[in-house]
Design a binder for this molecule. Sequence first.
Ligand code: PLP
Length: 635
Amino acid sequence: AELYQVEGWGEPYFKINEKGHIAVLPRGEAGGELDLFNLVQDIQKRGLKMPLLIRFSDILADRIARLNECFIQAIKEYDYKGDYKGVYPVKVNQQRHVVEEVVEFGRSYQFGLEAGSKPELLIALATLKTPGALIICNGYKDSEYIETALLAQRLGHTPFVVIERFHELTLLIEAAQKLGIQPLIGVRAKLTARGIGRWGDSTGDRAKFGLSADEIMEVVAQLKKANLLSSLQLLHFHIGSQISAINVIKTALREASCIYVELARMGAPMQYCDVGGGLAIDYDGSKTNFRASKNYNMQEYAYDVVAAFQEACREKNVTVPTLVSESGRAITSHQSVLVFDVMGVSHPQFGEPQPAERGEHSIIRNLYETYTQIASDNVQEAFNDASQFKEEALSLFALGYLSLGERARVERLYWGCCQKILGLVRELDYIPDELADLEKNMASTYYCNFSVFQSVPDSWAIDQLFPIAPIQRLDEEPTVRGTLADLTCDSDGKIDQFIDLRDVKSVLELHPLREGEPYYLALFLNGAYQEILGDMHNLFGDTNAVHIRLASSATGEQSYLLEHVVKGDTMTEVLRYVQYDHEALLESIRRESEQALRERRITLSESRLLLQHYERSLSGYTYLTSEPQRELARS
Ligand code: PLP
C-alpha cells in the first residue's frame, strides 16, 4: 500500500481503509470517513458516468480554516500587532460552486478574493458579500477594469487596484479624478530574489510583472503630485507558484519587508502587505524541496511571513501591516479527485521462450543461450548481448536472410531476456544506465477513460506529478507495472511519470484486470489550475462533477449529501464550441441517409439505427459510456 505513498501526500484527507479501498476523511482529523470506492459506485447508480470529478466541500472548508488558523497562531506566538486577511486567487479554480464555497467557508475569517483579469473581477464583485473582506485587483488593466473596481467601493467593497505596469498609474489617476473616488492602491514589486522551479521566473529583474525600485519611486512621486499618496496602502509581490524551498520564501520576504518599510517611511500610509501565492503542497509525500513537494509546512510558512514583517518594521519603527496572502494551490488542490475507469490493458509480448532447436539459425541459438545464462552478476552484459543479437537479426531480416517466423522467434527471445533481466535488476541497489529504461519499455499499457489534456493538462504541459492510485484492491499486491494511456488519438495523451519518494517512477504498480469487475484509478490533488487549463483535444469535454458534503444519516451513521451535480459537456456542447449546429448536423445526416435509401445503399432499419445513434450521441457524454467490454490481459 505504501507504494502509492498515500500516508505522505494524503494526510489528513486520504488513507487506505480495512477493505483495501481509498477512504476520504473530508474534515481531516475532526472525523467522518467515506469509502471512495463505494461512493463512486453510488454516484454511478445515479446515472453519472465515468470519468468523474468529485469535489469534497468539507476539504475546501478545512483548507481555508487551516490556513487562517496557521496565521492566527503565528500572530499570537509573535505577539504581532496586525491581522491576517487572506484572499483566494480566483484563477486557480473559477468554477462557480468552488468560488461560492470559498466565500462561504472564509466568511468568519473575512477571507476575500483576488482577480487577475476583468472577467475574474466580475466574479469577485458578484460573489463576495463579506463585509471588510478584500478584493485584490491584479493583472493587466484598462480604464474599464479600473473604473469598475473604483465604483465597486460604492457598493461597500474594498477593492485594491494593484499597479502591475507603470502605465496603469496614469489610467488610475485619470479614473480617480473622473469619478471623484479616492482609490485604494497597491503596487506590485518586482523582487530581485528569484523563485525556483517551474515558476521561478515570476520574479527577478526580467520578470513579466511588477515594478522595479525605480518605477516604485516614480509611482510615489506621481501619486504625491496627484494628491493621491494617501491611497497607496498596499505592497504586493508574487515569486511564483509551488515554491518548494522555504529559504527562497524567506529571502523574498526579507526583500519585500524592506520595500514595505521604505514606502511607509516615504510617507505612504501603508497598511497591507500581500505576499502573493507560492505556498506549496506535497504531491509526492517526500517533504523535500523536490519540485513535487516542499520542505516546510503551512504553519512554518505563516511563522516566516509574520516574523519577516515583525522584524523589519520593528527595526525601522514602522507599524506592522495587515498580512494578505493569495494562496490558491494550497487551498483548492486537495478538494477534488478525478476518478476514471480502465477500459483495457495491453502487455508487451513475451512468455517463457521455447528452447532453440539444433537446426535453427545460429542467431536464435545464441540468443537462447544468452537467455539461459542470465544471472544477477551479468545482467548488463546479458542485456548488451541480447540487444546486439536482436539488431543483427533485424539486419539479416532486411537483407532477406531471416524469415518472418525466425524474426518473430528472435523478438520473443529478446523480450524473454529483458523480462528475466528486469526481474533481477529490480533486486539491485544500483541500476546501470543502460538498464534504466527497461522498466518503462517492459511496462503494460492501461487504457483509461479520460483525457489528459482535459483533466490533467499540467501533466502533459509541464510534467507535473500528481499522485495516482487504484481506489480498490489495495490489500492485494499489484503485480503489473504499467503506464496510463488516455482516450485521445495523441501519443502525448499518456501518463508515464509517477511520484516516488526518491525520484520519479516511470511505471505505476497496478493490478491485473478481472472479468466483469471495474478497475478504478484516481488522480488526487488536482483541484488547482487543472480544470480551467484543460482543453478539448479530440473534443473530449468537461467531465461530470459532483460536490459532496459529509452528513449523518437518519440512523446516525456517516453519510453524505450530493450537493451539486455539474453535468459534463454533451457532444452538442463541444461541437458548438467549434461552430457546429446540432440541427444542421442532424439535417445533413438525414439528407444523406435519404439519398442512400433512394439509391438502395442502406436499408430502412439501418438508416433508422444510424440516425438514432447520431441523435443520441449528440446529447450524450463525450467519454466512453457503454458498459466497457474490458479487454483482459493477454498473457
Ligand atoms: N497570485 C498571483 C499574482 C499569481 O500569479 C498566482 C499564481 O501563480 C497566485 C497568486 C496563486 O499562487 P499559488 O497557487 O501558488 O498559491
